[in-house]
Design a binder for this molecule. Structure first.
Ligand SMILES: *Cc1c(COP(=O)(O)O)cnc(C)c1O
Length: 338
């Protein structure tokens, strides 16, 4: 039994999902006539009350298309220092859009309206134009931390007032929704654009959606083609996404319960220095000097348990659809031997 806690992206499609994929009606989505892609795009737009959405191969692509559509070269993007758009998209903000970045050191990956306010450049020809704010919910490097909806409302109001755009990297939005009850429809009103992933906790093999106004998605469709992300019979993948939205949202609560249990187990380990609060399906902890991270990961791996290092002495584990209670018990046993 391999216990793969490296990421919630490692899941395999369930039999029900494979069945939905097998029976999908498809067409050529570049011509706009794949009925399953069209119905996924409508379904997701409806969940957030947005006018339209666009099915893309990855969350990196949806984020990068949004940044491209909402900025001009030389503009500045305001985001958290550990955010995915900055740290894990290969420098795409600069490469794809020629924009610069203003980093905020937030609280477990989350920024506040007050922090955004002092990072907006004055209207002075020396400075790049502050154009876009990006928030991540849940925040990956924040250990799956969730935003207080009130803070998002404040940032959104500030952006409107200052003529900035506001993008949500909601790769794990549904984890936040299950954990905090945040309303997708209200969320839709707060952001100009939203990215969600089907291939994380929702358990689909591939796919993300970008949401926004009809005009924004029309423009984004052009940029998706430009980035090489327009797919043909993508309905097979969209069918997995529809299945995931129908069957795998409420069960995220199980992942959260298991993550809390892992957090408690780590807290009890003599070689663990600190565990970040566990709010959703991500557990991040630091090891004491007595236990080098490479040694810890190697011992786990020998026992069939996979996790990753996300910084010096910093380990991340993620629960998901393919993690069961017996696997958590196995981890408990292995930790006692470490
Ligand atoms: C996974 C992830 C993405 C998108 O990643 P892809 O692997 O490109 O789909 C975006 N933002 C966050 C916070 C993520 O965790």
């Amino acid at each position: 039994m391999i216990v793969d806690l490296r990421s919630d992206t490692v899941t395999r499609p369930t039999p029900g999902m494979l069945d939905a994929m097998l029976h999908a009606r498809v067409g050529d989505d570049v011509f706009g006539d794949d009925p399953t892609v069209n119905s996924l795009e409508e379904k997701v737009a409806d969940i957030f009350g947005k006018e339209a959405s666009l099915f893309c191969p990855s969350g990196t692509m949806t984020n990068q298309i949004a940044i491209n559509g909402l900025t001009r070269p030389g503009d500045e993007v305001i985001c958290e220092a550990g955010s995915h758009v900055y740290k894990y998209e290969g420098g795409g903000i600069a490469f794809n859009s020629g924009a610069s970045v203003r980093l905020i050191h937030g609280d477990r990956g989350r920024i506040t309206a007050a922090q955004v306010a002092i990072n907006i450049n004055p209207d002075d020809i020396h400075h790049p134009v502050s154009r876009l704010v990006v928030a991540e919910n849940t925040a990956n490097r924040g250990g799956g931390s969730c935003y207080d909806p009130a803070e998002l409302r404040r940032i959104s109001a500030l952006c409107r007032e200052q003529f900035l755009k506001f993008h949500l990297d909601g790769a794990r939005f549904f984890n936040a929704m299950i954990a905090t009850g945040i309303d997708p429809r209200e969320t839709g009103t707060l952001f100009d654009s939203i990215s969600i992933c089907l291939s994380k906790g929702l358990g689909a093999p591939v796919g993300s959606l970008l949401l926004g106004s009809g005009e924004f998605i029309h423009q984004s469709r052009r940029v998706r083609k430009l980035f090489g992300g327009a797919m043909r019979q993508a309905g097979y993948l969209a069918a997995a996404g529809i299945y995931a939205l129908d069957h795998h949202i409420t069960r995220l609560a199980d992942d959260h319960v298991r993550a809390v249990r892992i957090g408690e187990m780590m807290q009890a380990c003599p070689f663990v220095k600190q565990v970040m609060p566990v709010e959703t399906n991500i557990i991040i902890f630091t090891l004491s000097e007595t236990m080098p991270d490479e040694l810890f990961l190697a011992r786990l791996k020998e026992a069939g348990i996979l996790a990753i290092s996300i910084g010096p002495q910093s380990i991340r584990m993620v629960t998901h659809l393919d993690i069961s209670d017996p696997m958590i018990e196995k981890l408990a046993g292995v930790l006692k031997q470490c």
